[in-house]
Design a protein around this ligand. Structure first.
Ligand code: GUN
Ligand code: ZN
Length: 457
């Protein structure tokens, strides 16, 4: 891809002294879904690159000297500069599925999904009846998320309305772009997590009014999954989703065979799992379901046609023994896919470790995960899966300037591997593959939100 300087574009009417930030390093971002290992059209790579950020948005990107020459002298004088040398500067990583109340319940006991939920997770979530605890958990979750280089996530709260308030307030304080929603569940769970329909409708409407569209926050209607929602509650979810044009919806789909049976029992007469959600009009371009492992060819085609996204959560699927997500097949069918940690079934906040797990899952089904596909999934692919590509996912002019700085030489094993290059791959492909397989949160050198560097807590 050519490394041309993109033209200067400013946020509409920036105030005269809007913050100006220059971030230098090895830029990498994606413009398209990479088709294969040799696809060099899908990404941009600039070794001596720079991002110029005005008022939190990308104003220019490209070769360092060209970007520098482009900044008017009076602005350059007041520009905050960060030079990361040869470290990679990527768009902030995007976690398309996670549960903040489960952040302190990683590696909790359970022999499979339903046993784990009943034994470990519902009791853990019930504790967030205490608003003080919810506030603490939200702070902890966001602090860990940023420490792992993730800047945007689609997040489940608990069934308590104040758990969403706690999360949104913590995210707003940090000026993060986040999606979150109150978990809707009215059957087959602890009484403490179950709410009647009227209270649920009132809570969700209040939360949407309070948080949706405030700064960078968006509300995601969040029915937990078909086994714990009555038909009436799924109908309520659909009514909420339609109540404003730009709301999102997140839930779970076909993670585990026993879950499929429980969903069919709760919603008899549907031809398959996806049909339960389809019956209530819960598919579409701002809807994302986690997992989608055990699906028929029909369901896969409906996902693709309706533009409904899947959050691939490989570390969770391995932890719970849920099965192997057929990434190559779903991708070939045209399903939009993002990457999810699924904290706390996932065992790490790290999108790098999730890419590692995604590669293992892909290999178990006969093919590696290419570095292009992997880094696309963690950035632009995630933004697209969440319907946020208009503002996030790459360094296109005008997009919000969240980015992560990764040092591929931070770990001795990774550094040793990178000093012994593959004879068959290009240096960039080789580095990105090794970083994806051997890297982790220790490679995160810095995180910038709207250009501003985040101070570690
Ligand atoms: N299905 C319904 N709830 C959950 C949850 O909290 N985690 C996972 N992994 N699957 C679910
Ligand atoms: Zn989940």
């Amino acid at each position: 891809m050519a490394h041309s300087l993109s033209p200067v574009a400013r946020h509409p009417d920036p105030p005269p002294a809007s913050p100006s930030v220059l971030i230098c390093g090895q830029l990498l971002d994606f413009l398209a879904d990479p088709g294969g290992v040799s696809d060099t059209e899908a990404y941009r790579h600039q070794v001596n690159g720079a991002l110029w950020i005005l008022d939190g948005r990308i104003a220019a990107q490209g070769a360092r000297e060209t970007v520098l020459a482009h900044i008017p002298a009076e602005i350059l004088a007041r520009t905050q500069r960060y030079d990361y040398g040869e470290h990679f500067v990527l768009p902030g990583l995007i976690d398309t599925h996670c549960h903040y109340p489960q952040a302190t319940a990683l590696a909790a006991p359970g022999k499979d999904l339903l046993d784990w939920l009943n034994r470990s997770i519902y009791p853990a979530e019930a504790k967030l009846a205490d608003p003080e605890l919810a506030a603490q958990r939200a702070e902890y979750f966001l602090e860990r998320l940023l420490a792992h280089g993730t800047t945007t996530a689609s997040v489940f709260a608990t069934a308590h309305a104040h758990s969403v308030d706690a999360f949104m307030a913590a995210a707003e304080k940090r000026r993060l772009r986040m999606l979150c929603g109150k978990v809707m569940m009215d059957c087959c769970t602890l009484p403490a997590l179950s709410e009647n329909l009227e209270a649920c409708a009132r809570d969700c409407n209040d939360l949407i009014d309070r948080w949706h569209g405030r700064d960078r926050l968006r509300y995601s209607v969040t029915p937990r999954f078909a086994p714990t929602s009555s038909p009436e509650q799924l109908a309520l979810a659909a009514a909420l989703l339609r109540s404003r044009a730009d709301l999102h919806l997140q839930s779970h789909l076909a993670e585990n065979p026993a879950e499929l049976a429980a969903a069919a029992l709760r919603h008899p007469g549907r031809r398959d799992y996806l049909d339960i959600y389809a019956q209530y009009d819960l598919l579409g371009p701002r809807t994302i379901y986690a997992h989608g492992i055990h699906l028929s060819a029909r369901e896969e085609a409906v996902l693709a046609e309706s533009g409904t996204a899947i959050a691939h959560c490989p570390s969770s699927n391995l932890f719970l023994g849920s099965g192997f997500f057929p990434l190559a097949r779903r991708h070939a069918a045209g399903v939009r896919i993002g990457l999810g940690s699924d904290i706390g079934a996932g065992t790490s906040f790290s999108m790098l470790r999730s890419l590692h797990a995604a590669h293992l899952v892909a290999q178990a089904q006969g093919g590696p995960l290419s570095p292009w596909q992997g880094w696309y999934l963690a950035t632009l692919g995630g933004a697209r899966a969440l319907g946020l590509e208009h503002c996030l996912g790459n360094f296109e002019i005008g997009k919000e300037a969240d980015c992560v700085v990764l040092d591929p030489f931070a770990l001795p094993e990774l550094a040793a591997r990178l000093r012994q290059r593959s004879a068959t791959e290009t240096p960039l492909a080789d580095t990105l593959f090794a970083l994806m397989l051997l890297g982790d949160e220790r490679c995160v050198r810095a995180v910038h939100i709207l250009g501003e560097v985040q101070q570690p807590a």
